[in-house]
Design a protein around this ligand. Structure first.
Ligand code: SF4
Length: 392
């Protein structure tokens, strides 16, 4: 899609990307684009700054690595599918069949499906129109419209029936119009189950799980580890990723994968190399601690990378993080948004600065401004604002 710094390519990889393939992607990103790589909050991978003359070559590079699909709807899945020792069913083969079976030509391109294998790196916080979560007895819990907490439960479906049931739901979306998402359906879950005669047995829902942060280690079924590393403000340069590939390979990694929460998962690390690996990763500018203040400052690309940007949100992020260090309570978010669309954080934040200079306290980017400040004034006043808000 066209944006301020050229064309942007975004896709949801089908699964872990072998390190050699990721290195090839980085080379293509540097050759055909401006070298900026992003991982979104939903775990999509983005390469920026592609040019009309180079975009075909970039697409060919991605195609040759078999990393992407034009599947509609996109189907996200657990990043450690088949690799988590505590998950009894390996869903990888089933997922290939499911992807082949599920689809609809006239649904909104925003409709998304999610498959969670119930493992340690869960997807409860990722919103999707249709959610499937593996539970006991190899059955899948089906829910629609939201995160695990907010979605409406439709009950349990057999793995063999899941493709049929999901296609019935997609048909129901399409019948309401091409822009219809799950939350637009004019039915409650009971009516929907009955009207479509869905082959689902009723709830109860599976138990809720605590919030997931990817910046931790995960055990793998071959004795190795996977480790999440964060991207400061959601982006990096291919040179940074190439250095990451080198140190990850030296520590045994075989694959990597973008994951929700603006992070990369490095898969196959030797446990005894982990401490050394993390030290090197941190020195490259990646984040290894969930408490890193840069996790609490969310910034979109802003001007000039985004045409709609009225403030260089990303360039401002480091000085905002420096001003907030030690003063922002855990979990509170400062959102820097180039315009009131609020792409990077479409939710409330403790402080939202919207370009060119609208400050919103405890609200969303499209909310009413509580103060008018320039970005420089915001940085200068932030320590006092945080003292006023949190030191009572
Ligand atoms: S919030 Fe506005 S400036 Fe930022 S990426 Fe979205 S459209 Fe662009």
């Amino acid at each position: 899609m066209p944006t301020g710094d050229g064309l942007l390519a975004r896709w949801l990889p089908l699964g872990p990307i072998p390190v050699a393939s990721f290195a090839a992607l980085c080379r293509a990103g540097a050759r055909d684009g401006n070298g900026i790589v992003e991982v979104t909050q939903r775990g999509s991978l983005q390469f920026r700054g592609l040019r009309p003359a180079t975009v075909a070559a970039f697409a060919q590079a991605v195609d040759s690595l078999s990393l992407a699909t034009n599947h509609a709807p996109p189907i996200a899945s657990s990043p450690l599918l088949g690799l988590d020792p505590d998950v009894s069913v390996d869903l990888r083969e089933w997922l290939v069949d499911f992807r082949a079976q599920v689809g609809h030509e006239t649904i909104s391109p925003k409709v998304g499906v999610l498959v969670d294998d119930g493992g340690a790196l869960h997807l409860d916080d990722v919103a999707a129109d249709i959610r499937l979560r593996l539970g006991a007895s190899s059955r899948l819990h089906l829910s629609i419209g939201g995160t695990a907490l907010s979605a409406q439960s439709l009950g349990w479906v057999d793995m063999a029936q899941a493709g049929i049931v999901v296609n019935q739901l997609l048909e129901a979306f399409a019948a309401q119009g091409p822009a219809t998402r799950a939350h637009d359906l004019p039915y409650d879950s009971v009516t929907l189950r009955e009207q479509l005669a869905l082959k689902c047995s009723p709830p109860p829902c599976p138990p809720a799980r605590s919030g997931m942060h990817p910046l931790q280690s995960f055990k793998l079924n071959d004795g190795m580890l996977a480790r999440g590393v964060g991207l400061a403000f959601g982006y990096g340069h291919v040179t940074q990723f190439e250095a990451l590939i080198d140190i990850a390979s030296a520590a045994g990694a075989k694959a990597m994968c973008p994951v929700p929460g603006r992070a990369m998962l490095i898969i196959g690390l030797r446990p005894h190399d982990m401490d050394h690996f993390l030290g090197q990763v941190e020195a490259l500018g990646f984040l290894v601690s969930p408490q890193d203040i840069r996790r609490q400052v969310v910034a979109c690309a802003g001007a000039p990378a985004c045409r709609s940007g009225r403030m260089p949100a990303r360039e401002l992020a480091q000085s905002v993080a420096d001003a907030a260090r030690g003063r922002l309570p855990s979990g509170a978010i400062i959102h820097l948004s180039g315009c009131d669309k609020g792409c990077a954080h479409p939710r409330r934040a403790a402080f939202t600065l919207v370009g060119p200079g609208h400050l919103i306290r405890e609200g969303r980017a499209d909310g009413p401004a509580t103060d008018l400040v320039t970005p420089a004034q915001f940085v200068a006043r932030l320590p006092a604002l945080l003292r006023g808000a949190y030191e009572r």
